[in-house]
Design a protein around this ligand. Sequence first.
Ligand code: M6R
Length: 366
Amino acid sequence: EKGGYEHFMLKEIFEQPRSILDSMRGRLELVAGHLNMGGIRAYERKFMNADRIIIVACGTSWHAGLVAEYLLEDLARIPVEVEYASEFRYRNPVITERDIVIAISQSGETADTLAAIELAKSKGATIFGICNVVGSSIARATDAGAYTHAGPEIGVASTKAFTAQVTVLTILAMIVGHKRGTLSDTRLQELMVELGSIPAKVEKALLLNDEIELIAETFKDVPNFLYLGRGYNFPVALEGALKLKEISYIHAEGYPAAEMKHGPIALIDENMPVVVIATKDSSYEKVVSNIQEVKARKGRIIAVVTEGDTVIPPMAEFVIEVPATSEVLVPLVSVVPLQLLSYHIAVLRGCNVDQPRNLAKSVTVE
Ligand code: M6R
């Protein structure tokens, strides 16, 4: 059942070229040159006229929500708020009938997310669900939605569900942006082609597995880790840190790279590994400066860069090269080495990777 892999988590990480493709199936029609998403058809007008979108989720699904905030604001120019379901539900939030609430959940059973949906529903908002488990409670509680089709995810640490969520949210943002006229035909076509090439790029990123295992060997006994990223890679930094802490029990923090100087920089010394996601995008130059700041304090830099980068490698102790893609799609590729890094560190520490202590696959209590 683990298909020859030692753990479900590793199997699921390696399934991503396929699961991402499955999440696009019937939605990305490259030959015909258009996108479909059955779930939004009846709500197209609503999305076109939305004043804002509120995204509710927990954990990794919340990170996918953060990526969606960048996507929807960039491509569809709709203001987005991303909320932890547990905070949203108890905060007397301002919600109106004009709001669209997107709930994201792999299991579709997360108690806080379900309660946030019920609250938003009672205020008249339209609820759109993005779930992996078909027929789950959240899928049933929403007005409309799209399944991620990632297939069953057994490992407690979410991996392929995350990339499937981001894929579906990307397609959603592209459709809505195109309908609203904020995403031109040409840009849409370019992005579609690029999206179509993502499974192959993820496949390529997976070839880094052995290299990453060696990096894991170096850092397996450290007590702390810092993850930094900007823009689309900021949620990826958060996700990398979450993956590491939940399965290896190493304390890890994800931060927007520029926020480091407002506090976390005090943690950096010659013992602190800092994973910087520094792909070639609009914040690249800024991230290079952030790497210099870490280096000046002797932090140990593990840099995730775009293939062919010659500027960052001399500054880093370890370099992980991922294939180039469009900035808006980069999380789908840059998250992969971070999943592998946390996996190998946890295995080397003898942790129970698929069932980490104190955690459950679906959190059905608040
Ligand atoms: O099933 P859900 O997506 O609603 O679950 C949300 C979180 O409990 C989940 O993402 C959790 O953070 C994972 N263990 C992360 O790997």
